[in-house]
Design a protein around this ligand. Structure first.
Ligand SMILES: Cc1cc2nc3c(=O)[nH]c(=O)nc-3n(C[C@H](O)[C@H](O)[C@H](O)COP(=O)(O)OP(=O)(O)OC[C@H]3O[C@@H](n4cnc5c(N)ncnc54)[C@H](O)[C@@H]3O)c2cc1C
Length: 330
């Protein structure tokens, strides 16, 4: 998990008072930020992840997205790229790498983690936190600055790696697919896997071998990343084998492909203010998307109403509806 540090806290003061706080930057939250932007409503979008897209980015970036009007044969990653470009074109405030744990009220305003005050909140936290799995025992992890992008996980945009030196950690399909995708455009790629065998599909091992022969890929097995250091936009990645023998590599980015940790959705203590939930999901009035708390709205996979379907299209409808409701109140 990314640990908040100085620069993040500075950012917080910029976002401390907003009209609308959108909690979650999955499809529902992203589209709500677009609807706010086009309606000239001041908003901030907040997410515990360092990248937008929610499940689409964290769980299935390379899968094709089905059922979204106007898009066929598009990967989830491409879809989120287009959606993000559209949604952030209005300059919505963004706070990524920030986990919401508590929401209370101070007179008419909602108070998020005692940091951010908002007149309206839109809960769009979907299936809960999805955080990249990065071993917390790695030395130096807490000292890294998230804004430099040195530390990443596998679903970042491929173009980011053009002409760069990259270290990738992992041995499953996501790690190996990622190596195959970026080695042709990167300057140098090093793949570090803690086991001797890779768990990816067998056909991909031939591709790995060919890339190694080309001299652009170095494969290091039976080593685990033990230390990360960063200086002036570049970093050093140290890995150890079981006998504590160390190897080190300099790189622009280290990319972890160890999958994701998901946690159950939280309601941030809002039950004490009267939030009605059903089976861990937030009950809303479908006409307004308002919850049982005034000015507290919810959209996307986190909500329940009769015939609710958990997929992308309802996120758009619900986001549009909630922002129109807020606009009517202003
Ligand atoms: C494998 C798979 C394939 C799918 N394929 C399709 C498909 O082809 N077509 C389709 O229409 N639908 C598909 N779906 C469903 C679709 O992805 C979801 O309905 C949609 O992404 C829900 O978006 P959301 O914004 O509601 O929630 P999410 O995508 O879950 O986003 C919620 C966001 O809130 C953030 N968050 C949560 N808790 C906190 C917290 N405490 N603090 C800060 N941030 C927090 C999370 O980090 C996340 O970014 C698929 C789902 C899965 C799992």
């Amino acid at each position: 998990m990314m640990v908040p540090h100085g620069s993040r806290l500075l950012q917080l003061s910029v976002y401390s008072d907003v009209n609308v706080a959108i909690l979650g930057a999955g499809v529902a939250g992203l589209y709500a930020s677009y609807c706010c932007g086009i309606s000239a409503i001041d908003c901030a979008i907040i997410d515990s992840s360092m990248i937008p897209g929610g499940q689409c980015s964290s769980l299935y970036p390379d899968k094709k997205v089905y059922g979204v009007p106007g898009f066929c044969n598009i990967t989830s990653r491409e879809f989120i790229g287009k959606l993000t470009d559209q949604c952030f074109s209005f300059g919505c405030k963004k706070l990524f790498g920030y986990t919401i744990s508590n929401i209370s009220k101070d007179a008419e305003l909602f108070v998020i983690n005692n940091d951010i005050k908002a007149k309206y909140i839109i809960i769009a936290t979907g299936i809960g936190n999805t955080l990249p799995r990065i071993p917390q025992t790695i030395e130096g992890l807490d000292t890294l600055d998230p804004s430099t992008g040195f530390l990443q996980h596998y679903c970042m945009k491929i173009d980011t790696y053009k002409g760069k030196e990259i270290v990738i950690a992992g041995g499953g399909d996501s790690a190996v697919d990622f190596v195959i995708d970026i080695t042709p455009i990167a300057k140098k790629v090093t793949l570090i896997h803690r086991r001797a065998e890779f768990t990816c599909e067998r056909a991909k091992l031939n591709d790995l071998a060919n890339l190694e022969k080309s001299g652009r890929l170095v494969v290091v097995t039976e080593h685990s990343i033990s230390k990360l250091e960063e200086k002036n936009g570049k970093g050093t990645i140290t890995a150890k084998d079981k006998n504590a023998n160390e190897v080190s590599f300099d790189a622009n980015h280290v990319v972890f492909c160890y999958g994701f940790i998901t946690s159950c959705n939280a309601t941030f203590g809002l039950e004490s203010l009267g939030l009605q939930i059903d089976n861990n999901l937030i009950k809303v009035n479908l006409n307004t998307m308002e919850t049982s708390i005034e000015n507290c709205y919810a959209i996307g996979d986190v909500v329940t109403y009769e015939n609710k379907k958990k997929n992308i299209v309802p996120c758009f409808f619900e986001a549009d509806r909630v922002v129109r409701m807020i606009k009517n109140k202003e």
